[in-house]
Write a protein that binds this ligand. Structure first.
Ligand code: ADP
Ligand code: MG
Length: 328
């Protein structure tokens, strides 16, 4: 069972964007208030995520990287074979097995403190060396897939890979307004987002991430019923063609792609007046965590609601009402 757990805990590392997602999620988990992402060459050359979270204590540093080391998984290809079944956690171990990874962290308040471990492929220097770092963690991932040419071949152009990274960044930045974010690519700042708390500032963040056209033509809504709350922005059709990919739905703060949700939104959209229009939205559903399982398939962002019908009807009627009222 231990082995099964370890294998099941493996993480799918598909491309730079999946690395960025895992590293950012770790930074969020560590309670960070600032997260900085830096890339070179679409992330194929360098991915660095720096945070001001809790940090990792000296003794725990090697463990963070080596946790799922198992003699049974001899190659990445073995891992790939079972990856499609869905995995979670153990991201650092997976990432370090296909890159040159450097983890620097400081769990103390003393800014002169800090330690570093380095891993290259599946070889790890267990040596922890002193490396001053402000409280928090930096993970540097260089030369992704340098030791797995088959994987490397699947990487697309720098521009495409960066596009995927930016999309992952967008989703995560839309999931946590209270965190400040930076995204840099090839030494240029692409996004710099201050932490925000009020609605107006949230709209400015959305404009920065999705373009002002989206927010200028969006309806703000905030509805609650029977323990369910739906808030956010839904785009009203304009002459400008809506961008088909601007669909962001979060369940209790986690990015979710779900057919039931998509169906409810599409129905409401169609029913009101927007026939043939592509819905665009940034919506947040909040509900009692015990009635939803968001971990059905972590890499596919699926959810399972205990009462799907109830959620569907709530989404449909909320949007129907809000859109109906907005109809000119
Ligand atoms: P998981 O997140 O599923 O525990 P990971 O491989 O992503 O697995 O991370 C391993 C461990 O390393 C985490 O459980 C955490 O203790 C530590 N860790 C990783 N990244 C950070 C970070 N940015 N800040 C603090 N701790 C971290
Ligand atoms: Mg993790």
């Amino acid at each position: 069972p231990r082995l099964a757990n370890q294998i099941a805990a493996g993480e799918v590392v598909e491309r730079p964007a999946s690395v960025v997602k895992e590293l950012i999620e770790n930074a969020i988990d560590a309670g960070s208030r600032r997260i900085e992402v830096e890339l070179e060459s679409g992330g194929t050359k360098l991915i660095r995520v720096r945070d001001d979270g809790s940090g990792i204590a000296e003794d725990d540093l090697p463990l963070a990287l080596s946790r799922h080391a198992t003699s049974k998984i001899d190659s990445l290809e073995d891992l790939e074979g079972v990856a499609s079944l869905g995995f979670r956690g153990e991201a650092l171990a997976s990432i370090s097995s296909v890159s040159r990874l450097e983890l620097t962290s400081n769990a103390e308040q003393d800014p002169q403190s800090g330690w570093r471990v380095v891993a290259e492929g599946r070889e790890m220097q267990p040596r922890v060396t002193p490396a001053p770092h402000p409280r928090g963690t930096s993970v540097g991932v260089r030369d992704l897939f340098f030791n797995t040419p088959a994987r490397r071949k699947f990487l697309r152009t720098e521009k495409t890979e960066f596009g995927h990274v930016e999309e992952a960044f967008r989703r995560l930045a839309l999931s946590r307004y209270d965190i400040g974010w930076t995204l840099r690519h090839n030494h240029k700042t692409v996004h710099q987002l201050r932490p925000v708390s009020d609605a107006a500032a949230r709209e400015r963040r959305i404009a920065a991430l999705l373009g002002s056209k989206f927010i200028d033509n969006a309806l703000h809504l905030d509805l609650e019923s029977g323990g369910l709350r739906l808030w956010g922005w839904v785009g009203l059709p304009t002459h400008a063609r809506a961008q088909a990919d601007q669909q962001y739905f979060f369940v209790n703060g986690r990015v979710v792609r779900d057919r039931l949700v998509a169906h409810a939104i599409r129905q409401a959209y169609r029913d009101v007046l927007f026939h043939g229009r592509h819905p665009v939205f940034v919506l947040y559903l909040e509900l009692d965590p015990s009635v939803v399982d968001v971990n059905v398939h972590p890499t596919k962002h699926e959810v399972r609601f205990r009462d799907g019908r109830l959620v569907h009807d709530f989404l449909f009627s909320s949007l129907h009402r809000a859109l109906g009222e907005a109809r000119p």
